[in-house]
Design a protein around this ligand. Sequence first.
Ligand code: ADP
Length: 491
Amino acid sequence: MVTLTATRPTAVPTTYPTKLLIDGHWVDPLDGDSFPTINPATGETIATVAAAGPKDVDRAVKAARQALESGPWSRMDAADRGKLLYNLADLVEQRAEELAALETLNCGKTINDSRGDIQGVINTLRYYAGWADKIEGRTIPVRGNFLSYTLRQPVGVVGQIIPWNFPLLMLAWKWGPALACGNTVVMKPAEQTPLSALRIGELAIEAGFPPGVINLINGFGETTGHAMVVHPDIDKIAFTGHVETAKIIQKNAADTLKRTTFELGGKSPNVIFADCDLDAAVEGAFHAIYFHGGQCCTAGSRLFVEEKIHREFVQRLAARTQTRRIGDPMDPNTQQGPQVSQEQLDKILGYIALGQKEGANLVVGGNRVGDRGFFVAPTIFDNVRDEMTIAKDEIFGPVVGVLPFQSMDEVIERANRTHYGLAAAIWTKDIDKAHLFAKRVKAGTVWVNCYHVVDATTPFGGFKMSGQGRENGEAALEHYTELKTVTIRLR
Ligand code: ADP
């Protein structure tokens, strides 16, 4: 277990791997470039990191192809693939403090959130390690004198493109099922947060993954990411990020008819009924929006509150919000660190200004905190209307809109009136209401009297434009295997 100690991290790295990991070696780019990576708490440069160009993407794909078709990985027993994932999980556990510190340094999440993420990484790797030798086909009672059975085989070389909000956890969600199923991987971390992936790349080599099975190439979306999406020898792209980026990827992937899975954004409804446990619901609404500064695709950013308790609820949430400690994310007493970048800071402040312009009632927050780093005060807008931009767009910051409602039918209709469908939550003591809501709301995950409970074992993904496919749980295996039917004539 990664312990959530009330201490500053004991080991903050001062040197970092910065090259590309291709075919088991750390190499300089052939036609790429380099870019500075920033500490969002200070705005200062931490390191300069290599960026892959199209030739580097091609090298990585060739290494992954060779490892898939003819290297030791191609002949390895499934149980041994699982063993490598267990090895990696053990190494992550041993280096948990260092990895958590690196995540906080580069991403700005609080040290305790980073520690929680590292535990999630370990859980995910172990969960999929266990699956490696349990991925089975079926025998099928086919007509005629034949024996038919199915094999589940790797999709092939998979390109994985991840965002900056949970750098290592998103990596584990993608590596775990891909490797358990026997694929080989070319991964591009987000340009904002390249460092922790490179460190875990070192651990993957130490864990014993053969050369070419895991390749890590940093770089920008429009260059490195694009080169992956159009590469003819990548079989699948697994992407987590914004809807608009996914649309571009889907179009660009069309020429090679790549398989794609998408885990995208949300504008998740968090619905509070008057018959809830009020203390728990206030705490739940607080956690739902402010966890990791709202930089979560599942953030509970549309807070529907039943009219009867609306006024009291907003008062209590505002009081709780004012207690939130913002500051140095390495300090274990800090509850909210900086937003990830200047760009995100500007975007969030722009939405706050728009909320005021559109007539929503700013209750608390609404401002930048300090003038160094990218900190935003937790912000509540009350009396938000469905048609306001802040009720429709994903803000990806600590900004919640409160929307009063009167009945179940009304709130379900309004909750579903969005092109997103990632998550939803309901707070009530009435079991009938809870089940009815869970059945009718259009979302990939529904929480009852809880929020942000996500586990390696449970499928995660979106309805509508929040995604395609599912990650985590057994569901992810389907997206990392091809189904083959074998039919044999019997004499
Ligand atoms: P954000 O705006 O939060 O960075 P994005 O969806 O743009 O969200 O980024 C998520 C990931 O997608 C990042 O790794 C980014 O580099 C990558 N990306 C962005 N644009 C493209 C693209 N056109 N093709 C492939 N990958 C992309």
